[in-house]
Design a protein around this ligand. Structure first.
Ligand code: F6P
Length: 381
């Protein structure tokens, strides 16, 4: 049956994060006010193709989801729509899938498709756009590694989670005079480690952007002991490379590349395990008690912070505005104090790594927080 009203489609792709539902709610509420109907495609881009799976979205089924973690539409970072195989390296989606997605959009009379996702999901959105599908992007990731936006939603909630973990580790580390290593997410960028490390009173922060050595990490521990501090908190991003350049992934293996060769497809390796390696090496070198904790997917779950709810709400409303104004191929972005937009193509080719001279890094160094690179003196001196 042909649609009775112009319709906006919404989907969530890639790994989930707090605030996805807040975007969906904001988009639906503002779209309905402009006279659109809304549908949500299920399990990311998969819902667009055989078997097509979607649900109508209205004021009833989007009520009370502002504070709900995850996504009511479901999501996946695997499957037929995988456009990302490592930082900056992209693969072409099967043209028959793009054609099928286009056919679904046409048949449902979708005037605009709002794709909420990180770099991988937005790389898919860009391919849909190039295929003539009217898409608009919304940047999501706890890692905050997407370019052209000051923040992605989900990041603040992940930082709050990691900071809470550090607060808890602080008291037990101090009580037992131990070194505690907290491994946080952050595949290509160390934003979570940097912000949580500062907010949670970390002593050493290891991130992908700043090469580090075990000698300098251990020296920091010894320096603290000379100051009478008998415990140390080390925060390490999962994507921080070992001193030899290796990434730690899938069950403790290491490799230079974050792409593994699967039987049928190249895939991103599952990072994790660097915290344990750092803990073991520091324990071996210093003969101290060290414990490691992987915070993992706790950072992706739970209720979004107030900041993320506000950002997600602004992104959701602005994405509808972009559809309404026919500004397709654009991604909403945060340029404080404004919500603006930028070409998706530009956003996905501009990763947001931490500049080692970033103000937050400088402030951390000024306080004596180490980055494992031996540059421990105040940059202001
Ligand atoms: O991109 C966000 C992220 O949380 C990364 O930090 C992490 O490497 C990845 O997703 C893990 O994804 P999953 O375990 O869902 O495959």
């Amino acid at each position: 049956m042909p649609p009775s009203k112009p319709t906006i489609g919404i989907l969530t792709g890639g790994g989930d994060c707090p605030g996805l539902n807040a975007v969906i709610r904001a988009a639906v509420k503002s779209a309905l006010k402009l006279g659109y109907d809304c549908v949500g495609f299920l399990k990311g881009y998969e819902g667009l193709v055989d078997p097509v799976a979607y649900m109508p979205l209205d004021l009833t089924n989007t009520a009370n989801i502002l504070l709900q973690g995850g996504t009511i539409l479901g999501s996946t970072n695997k499957g037929r729509f995988s456009a990302l195989v490592g930082e900056g390296a992209r693969v072409q989606i099967d043209p028959t899938l793009l054609a099928a997605a286009g056919e679904t959009v046409r048949q449902l009379g979708i005037s605009g498709l709002i794709c909420i996702g990180g770099d991988g999901s937005l790389a898919i959105a860009q391919q849909l756009h190039e295929h003539g599908i009217p898409v608009v992007g919304v940047p999501k990731t706890i890692d905050n590694d997407l370019g052209c936006t000051a923040f992605t939603f989900g990041f603040d909630s992940a930082v709050a989670c990691a900071t809470d973990a550090l607060d808890r580790l602080h008291t037990t580390a101090a009580s037992h005079e131990r070194i505690m290593v907290l491994e946080v997410m952050g595949r290509h960028a160390g934003w979570i480690a940097l912000h949580a490390g500062i907010a949670g009173g970390g002593d050493v922060i290891l991130i992908p952007e700043i090469p580090w050595t075990f000698e300098h990490v251990c020296q920091k521990v010894l320096d603290r002991e000379c100051e009478g501090k008998r415990f140390t908190l080390i925060v390490v991003a999962e994507g921080a490379r070992l001193p030899d350049g290796g990434l730690v992934h899938d069950g403790g293996g290491t490799g230079k590349d974050d792409v593994g060769a699967g039987a049928t497809e190249r895939r991103q390796v599952r990072l994790g395990g660097i915290g344990e390696i750092v803990a073991n090496e520091v324990a071996k070198r210093l003969g101290r008690e060290v414990r490691a904790l992987v915070l993992g997917h706790l950072q992706r779950g739970g209720t979004p912070t107030a900041f993320d709810r506000v950002l997600a709400t602004q992104f959701g409303a602005h994405s509808v505005r972009l559809v309404h104004e026919g500004r397709f191929g654009q991604m909403v972005c945060y340029r404080p104090p404004d919500i603006a937009s930028v070409a998706i193509a530009q956003a996905i080719t501009t990763p947001a790594a931490i500049d080692p001279g970033h103000a937050a890094v400088q402030a951390a160094r000024a306080l004596g927080i180490g980055f494992g690179d031996g540059v421990d003196s105040s940059p202001f001196a």
